[in-house]
Design a protein around this ligand. Structure first.
Ligand code: PLP
Length: 424
């Protein structure tokens, strides 16, 4: 039991996959930033739905279809509540990448004149500006590059300081009367630092721009109240927050969702269709064309119930202890350079370079000892370039990580340079 009343060993025991050995060693899983492991409760919820209730939702009058629809909408209420939102403001997506593309394509459709008067206010004109940060995952960068290319808008970025914090003075200068969208991560998937969301949202709103938040790396780790953060749109990803693959959420302020034209079109998102045209449902269903990932939504609801039962403040406190242990330990290892070492509110995710050893080689040596980390650019090439690197090693924890996991990882890292006979 740690100081926040959180029992890491008991939590770990809920994750069946973690009890195995890899390469003859107990598995130390420190790649939760890529995808988290899933507790038995999530697996049970998904299997139970598939065994007893499986049916298509929002169509069909038979008993199973009605029960499946009720469970699906109940899942929406649960997941929306987890991020402080009302169910009408939560759109299911297949993941955060799809959510961000949905937003960018919908704004592009508004620019093309779709959506009528309500959408006109979202249309971009040539020379309008979309601002992102230098610390984006490619999922919150490339959709905006594409939107800029299609509309004549200009893409700009807020730089990152050497310590990994955003240059807020530069942001205040960059965000101006031509800015229409300010998109940024709550927590970068390389730096692990919690960005000042409310401050950035206020900056966007001061010039009438939309604030779009990538909450992939915060939703599993921090108490989250998206309406209170005052962002217009936000995405998160089920598989990173103990839930299944193929499910994610897009939160939108009610007026913004109502103004956005759809991205994907087809079945289940319409009221009336003729051979020439179609009328669309109100949000959130307007954005949910086609058959939905129903069992995955039910699994995600089980995941957030699991996190809620642990208590997100206790989860954050536990992971802050792991984060300090990780960074303090890595700083003791010769040749380690941490990427973005600011003292700030953080999650337990840290990327580093080990002088003289390529990240992929570090990963291989750790893997041989049962330690799973991410190596490469982590879908953040511009940020790596900014730190003069093409790749780094990233260790990322979750509720299922213990102090013993961190210590095993640190022991393994400490031996890497001698393994390769690299000396200072
Ligand atoms: N944004 C961030 C910060 C991420 O870390 C990731 C996943 O690595 C994504 C977006 C993409 O999420 P998804 O896998 O749900 O598409």
């Amino acid at each position: 039991m740690d100081s926040a009343g959180f029992d890491p060993e008991r939590v770990r025991a809920d994750f069946p996959l973690l009890s195995q050995e890899v390469n003859g060693h107990p598995l130390v899983y420190l790649d939760a930033g890529a995808t988290s492991q899933k507790p038995q409760q999530v697996l049970d919820a998904e299997i139970d739905f598939l065994l007893r209730t499986n049916a298509a939702v929002h169509r069909g009058a038979h008993t199973l279809a009605a029960e499946a629809t009720e469970l699906f909408e109940d899942a929406r209420r649960t997941v929306a509540g987890f991020v402080g939102a009302d169910e009408e403001t939560l759109v299911w997506t297949h993941g955060a990448t799809e959510g961000l593309n949905l937003v960018a394509y919908a704004i592009g459709n508004a620019t093309a004149g779709r959506g009528g008067a309500a959408s006109a206010g979202l249309a971009l004109r040539p020379g309008d500006e979309i601002v992102v940060t230098e610390a984006e995952h490619h999922a919150n960068l490339i959709p905006w590059q594409e939107l800029a290319a299609r509309t004549g808008a200009v893409l700009r970025h807020i730089p990152v300081h050497d310590d990994g914090t955003l240059d807020l003075d530069a942001a205040a200068h960059l965000v101006g009367e031509r800015t229409r969208v300010l998109a940024f991560p709550h927590v970068s998937n390389v730096l692990g630092i919690v960005n000042p969301v409310a401050e950035l949202a206020e900056l966007a709103h001061g010039v009438g721009a939309l604030a779009v938040l990538d909450a992939c790396q915060s939703a599993p780790h921090l108490p989250l109240d998206l309406p209170a953060l005052d962002v217009d749109l936000a995405v998160f990803s089920g598989h990173k927050m103990l839930g299944p693959y193929g499910i994610g959420g897009l939160y939108g302020r009610r007026e913004v969702l109502e103004a956005l034209p759809p991205f994907l079109t087809g079945g289940s998102m319409i009221t009336t269709v003729t051979l020439d045209e179609a009328e669309y449902l109100a949000p959130p269903l307007r954005f949910e064309a086609g058959t939905q990932p129903v069992s995955q939504a039910i699994g995600l609801a089980a995941a957030v119930r699991y996190l809620d039962a642990l208590g997100m403040p206790a989860v954050h406190a536990h992971e802050r202890e792991l984060e300090r242990r990780l960074r303090d330990g890595l700083r003791q290892v010769d040749g380690v350079r941490l990427l973005g070492d600011a003292e700030a509110d953080r999650v337990a995710l840290v990327a580093f370079d080990l002088d003289g050893v390529h990240a992929h080689d570090v990963g291989q040596v750790l893997d041989a000892q049962g330690v799973a980390v991410r190596v490469g650019h982590h879908c953040a090439q511009p940020l790596h370039r900014r730190f003069g690197l093409t790749a780094s090693v990233r260790a990322s924890a979750s509720v299922h990580t213990t102090a013993a996991d961190v210590d095993a990882f640190l022991d393994a890292v400490a031996g890497v340079r001698s393994y390769f006979r690299v000396h200072a």
